[in-house]
Ligand binder design. Sequence first.
Ligand code: MSP
Length: 521
Amino acid sequence: MGKRFYITTAIDYVNGEPHLGHAYEKIVADVIARAHRSLGDEVFFLTGLDEHGQKVQQAALSAGKSPQTHCDEMAAIWKEVARRLSLTNDDFVRTSEPRHKRIVQTILTRLHAAGQVYKSQYKGFYSPKEETFLTDKDRRPDGSFDPSYGEVVELVEDNYWLKLKSYQPWLLDYIEANPDFIRPDSRRNEVLGLLKNVALEDLCITRPTARLSWGISLPFDPHFVTWVWLDALVNYISIPAAYGDPVVRAALNPESQSPGTELELWPADLHVIGKDILKFHAAYWPILLKAIGLPMPKQILVHGWWQKDGEKMSKSTGNIVDPIKVIDEWGVDAFRYYVVRELDIGPDGNWTDAGFQARYAAELANGLGNLVNRSLSMLKRYCNGVVPPRHNELEPEAEQAVQETIAQFRDAKLQGALQSIWSLVTRANQYVDRTAPFKLAKDPAQATRLAEVLYNLAETCRVLAVLLWPFIPSTAEKIYAQLGLSGSPDTMNAAFWGGLKAGHTISEPLALFPRRDQPRN
Ligand code: MSP
């Protein structure tokens, strides 16, 4: 077994409620993970929770619980959401776990020993809400701080700092020399602009325990805990370390014994993140990795943000899209399909219930659902459900969709892949209308033509199941089951034309996406 395709998501703050934005990112990562598995890659897909910090400590305190109990309860909720989204993550990291904490401490010890970390007094502004230090550069033209920082307080305290400044020229060169490191280009340009125009300050990587105790203790000074962002970023390597990744082990602890398993994960192939945490991933994280001697991740893929009805989703305005509510009403595949089809990876998107329902009706119910249902129903009715001899009329269309989808999968172009797949759906629906098998069935002299048409349709449905599996796995599996095929359409190798054999008997056709003329209450 060699290097796995290692894909990660941002780890969510445990204190919030899972909403559309979190769900979107995890679905994007899951589709990419499944697509790579379908293409034959060995994949490791990691997601999880960011559990330390002031907000969690406060939330636990006000609920009269210990932070760990509070996190355990919240983690159960988030894990259930991951299950309901049909995520195929291989592990679920929680930053309060010993396996993670150990690696954070190892890294801090090494950085300290290597003289990369120093202690110094901080005097300045601090946003408790964002758990971040602010400088005059963060002020708006009128001198105030952005309201998103909440109340900004003045602080004087000792802390430890990571020598970041000296790495800025290296990082700029690295990003310029590696055009695929940050995608899309607009985000890459944003980082390049930052690195060219703003001098990075050294990074404060601790908080005094007097102010915050719910964090990972600093191994060389018990009066401090680790800054949550350093703690959180390290999850991308602490889990590889827990699986005995040879690259991480060699960098962190060359003497350590192999734990038995040795998954080759690092460097990550893809970090999927939202645009708001770009600086942490495209500036701080690469520098931290460089400082501890680890290779860079291959790519940071940055998605945009969802709004609801043109406004920022927020608890206070009550306009949060709750993925579980949508899934309960419409099914997980409708939700997965919509978010990936509606929003390309990069720009911002806007959720409207009407937009969701329109795509459900046009693309899922009338497009895919109708194609599969009428194709299989006619095969059942006119041929007793027995597959006729192979015929190749729709093969070029199917082959084109397969080739395009494979190329888009390799490039994480998910919306594009769905467009290619839907052009096959549309062509096949047009083929039904043009060939009119229901008319052919009335004329015994057309029996051979009818059989040809029905083969083309059934085989297109089968190929579609394979192409769709990464996006809408349970629908793809239903199509396979209705075709009377065993196993799962989870490998792209099955997308060749002619897989359906003459004489094979299909099962019962059932609606994949029931039409909803009236919204349900
Ligand atoms: N805990 C940090 C990430 C640490 S990663 C080492 C964090 N957590 S978060 O819960 O606030 O956000 C998690 C992810 O969800 C981020 O990538 C963020 O961009 C994404 N989203 C949060 N709200 C979003 C939208 N409204 N729309 C799309 N994605 C959004 O940041």
